[in-house]
Design a protein around this ligand. Structure first.
Ligand SMILES: [Zn+2]
Ligand SMILES: [Zn+2]
Length: 103
């Protein structure tokens, strides 16, 4: 968990980038998830719902947190200052094969 309160002091050893939009360092890494069944990919917040389960905003399917149809495909950075979202500087796509579980 990054709280950002000591971000300026820790920049020398953390690789978290500054926001390319507003230049602030209030950036946190968030998981990107794919709904395998329909191909929708977004950060976990996009699947947010009122209940304990997630809901795919594309196909309206209800997804349990441990549902195998919902899988983590990588990470994005999310700026808490301006809400800008951007891909990780480390190649986002190159992480994809590492999520393979039992296929
Ligand atoms: Zn920003
Ligand atoms: Zn879906």
């Amino acid at each position: 968990m990054l709280d950002g309160t000591h971000a300026s002091a820790s920049r020398s050893h953390r690789a978290d980038p500054d926001c390319p939009d507003c230049g602030e360092g209030r950036v946190r890494r968030v998981g990107a998830f794919e709904h395998v069944r329909c191909g929708f990919v977004d950060v976990v917040a996009a699947f947010d719902a009122d209940g304990p389960n997630a809901v795919c905003p594309k196909c309206d399917a209800t997804l349990a947190p441990a549902d195998e149809d919902l899988r983590c495909v990588g990470f994005l950075y999310d700026c808490s200052s301006c809400d800008h979202r951007f891909d990780a500087p480390v190649s986002f796509a190159s992480r994809l094969p590492r999520t393979a579980e039992s296929d």
